[in-house]
Write a protein that binds this ligand. Structure first.
Ligand SMILES: Nc1ncnc2c1ncn2[C@@H]1O[C@H](COP(=O)(O)OP(=O)(O)OP(=O)(O)O)[C@@H](O)[C@H]1O
Length: 601
């Protein structure tokens, strides 16, 4: 009952006037069929009686006919208006709730994605539920009117029709529960089907799909998922068909029996011709209205189950726990440094430890570098610093205060990060940089160009057909722009990387700059330039650089080497080379590669 009240509240808040209008229409639509039947009876009986006035009931019958024709259209129109308005508000609420999830763990959970899919279907739930209640109310009015009619003509018939409806109600509720269960069971298959369909069309995947000839494989897998969905739904359809056929036959037998009784009663003079007409209309009306009530109750039940998923997402608890002290501490300007103390972390309880007792200090105003083999846990450590997850054990402090005591958005505002897997937004070049700090859009683009200059992308962005206003996409263009090849452009991987770097550098007020492989895709000259500029930019600032290019690492004040989830070495470049450990080994390996290349050339 609570989801129903909540749905009604949502609809009332989003569209009160239309809801009131719809209620009035529903009352009218519920009573008009009964009025039509009684007016038909009156007209038929008066045709054979020249003394009785006929014009008024005939006109009233015509008017009722017009109303019967118009009301469903008006109801449908108003219903769609309400559905659209309420769905928009519900979607806004849903995505607001998703936006309140500050961590990453939920988004990596398949069960959460299934629920999210159901919740997205559930955004029309409030309107569907209220529609079902109104539909059921309309049917109930018609039933009451016609049952009254039947009770006058043949009380037994009224009883038989009502008794025949009980199995229909039970069947409809079972069927809707069955439908919702099938939908939920198939949602993982639906997710996989979308994934394979996406691989077959996405720009990112298409190169490998074509080169390795993967189209057949992914199409096959997509079809397998679709067949599984089809089989699941076909089963539900069959159960529905069987139940409805049985119910239909029961209804027809009752109506047929009633008709025979009415005809015999008329022949015996117990009913007039008008009575027979109103009796037939009443039996059909009650059965029709009952069917409508039950199918709307079934749809309402289904909508309620979907709406339940919606409510579960909207009401979900925050994924990052609030401070243990109950008090949020304002994030101070970083003066001393960030300290990781005995940090242990794994992505899930059933997965191995990624970090196992890491102790690292990132001193304020100094450049720290993080080195380690693939999978050593460097990017994971960055995600912990950004508080996308909390350490499973141990703590991370910012000038001595645990990160968990800060408001997470405020903490993130103090950081600039270039992620290894940065985003390529289908936006203009200026917006692609300004997403790092949206206020940069307000000052005429000066900070955007300054950041682009530092990241080394200003020269080629200036040269674009519309400069910084050029869209960095060829896909999401407006219809009018599609024929103009100059409107959107595609950047190279290295150019994108510089744009992503500019995005981090535009955030000038950050206390901590994190660069996770910022130059992996750059050519040698660009890499040199970018690192020269970055060195100037990082001077006096707190930064953490992750790179497999040892030449860029060596300038850091402190180098931390991660291995098997723990710190294996730390120190300055010269110190670590002298120590002859893991860092010296990696450095020598890379240097030997370059030396060999030079000798060969
Ligand atoms: N979201 C995730 N869920 C589960 N495991 C993950 C997740 N992200 C990373 N891992 C695992 O954590 C380990 C460390 O990954 P991480 O990306 O931190 O390594 P890295 O040192 O940055 O590696 P690389 O040098 O290749 O970028 C890997 O074994 C990886 O499989």
């Amino acid at each position: 009952m609570r989801p129903l009240l909540r749905a009604q509240r949502y609809v009332w808040q989003a569209s009160p006037v239309r809801l009131l209008a719809r209620i009035l229409l529903v009352v009218a639509a519920g009573l008009v069929p009964v009025a039509l039947a009684w007016l038909t009876r009156t007209v038929l009986d008066r045709i054979g009686d020249p003394s009785a006035p006929l014009l008024a009931p005939a006109l009233a019958l015509a008017c009722a006919g017009v109303a019967a024709a118009m009301l469903p259209q008006l109801n449908g129109y108003l219903g769609s208006q309400i559905t659209r308005t309420v769905t928009l508000a519900a979607k806004d609420r849903l995505f607001g709730a998703i936006g309140r999830l500050r961590g990453l763990a939920r988004f990596e959970d398949a069960a959460f994605h299934d629920r999210l899919r159901m919740a997205t279907h559930g955004t029309s739930g409030p309107a569907d539920l209220v529609s079902s209640v109104l539909g059921a109310g309309q049917g109930a009015l018609t039933i009451v009117g016609f049952l009254g009619t039947l009770a006058v003509l043949n009380p037994w018939m009224a009883l038989v029709v009502v008794a025949g409806a009980v199995p229909t109600l039970r069947a409809e509720l079972t069927l809707s529960r069955d439908r919702a269960r099938v939908d939920f069971a198939l949602s993982a298959a639906g997710r996989r089907e979308i994934f394979y369909a996406d691989l077959l069309t996405s720009v990112r995947a298409i190169k490998e799909v074509r080169l390795f000839g993967l189209g057949g494989l992914f199409r096959g897998r997509m079809l397998t998922e679709l067949r599984a969905i089809d089989a699941g739904q076909r089963g539900a359809d069959r159960r529905e068909l069987l139940a409805q056929a049985l119910l239909g036959v029961t209804g027809a037998v009752i109506a047929g029996g009633g008709l025979v009784w009415a005809v015999v009663a008329a022949r015996q003079g117990r009913l007039s011709v008008g009575d027979v007409a109103v009796f037939v209309a009443a039996v059909a009306g009650v059965q029709g209205a009952l069917a409508t009530v039950f199918s709307t109750a079934g749809r309402g039940h289904h909508a309620m189950l979907m709406f339940g998923h919606y409510c579960a997402v909207v009401d979900s608890e925050p994924d990052l726990p609030p401070p243990a002290s109950g008090q949020v501490t304002p994030v101070p300007e970083l003066r001393h440094g960030i300290e990781l103390t005995d940090v242990w972390f794994r992505y899930r309880d059933d997965l191995p430890w990624v970090l196992a007792g890491v102790d690292v200090v990132i001193p304020a105003g100094r450049a720290t570098a993080l080195v380690g083999l693939n999978g050593a846990g460097k990017s994971t450590l960055v995600k912990l610093l950004c508080r996308f997850y909390d350490p499973t054990r141990g703590s991370i402090t910012w000038d001595g205060v645990d990160l968990r005591d800060f408001e997470v958005d405020e903490l993130r505002r103090r950081m600039s990060v270039v992620f290894q897997d940065f985003m390529e937004y289908e936006l203009s070049a200026a917006e692609n940089i300004a997403v790092g700090d949206l206020t940069a859009l307000d000052d005429g683009g000066e900070r955007v160009t300054e950041a682009a200059r530092r990241a080394g992308c200003d020269p080629f962005l200036r040269e674009l057909p519309h400069g910084y206003d050029t869209l960095l996409t060829r896909i999401f263009l407006d219809a009018a722009d599609r024929d103009d090849p100059r409107t959107g452009v595609v950047l190279s991987g290295g150019q994108w990387q510089r744009v992503a770097l500019a995005r981090a550098l535009v955030r000038t007020h950050g206390d901590l700059l994190i660069l996770d492989e910022p130059s992996a895709g750059l050519d040698a000259e660009a890499e040199h330039q970018v690192h020269e500029r970055l060195r100037d930019h990082r001077r006096g600032r707190t930064s953490l650089l992750i790179s497999h290019r040892m030449s860029t690492i060596r300038q850091a004040d402190t180098i931390v080497v991660l291995g098997a989830g723990a710190v294996v070495e730390r120190g300055g470049h010269d110190e670590l080379i002298t120590a002859g450990g893991e860092y010296a080994r990696l450095f020598a390996l890379q240097a030997a590669g370059y030396r060999k290349a030079v000798e060969v050339s």
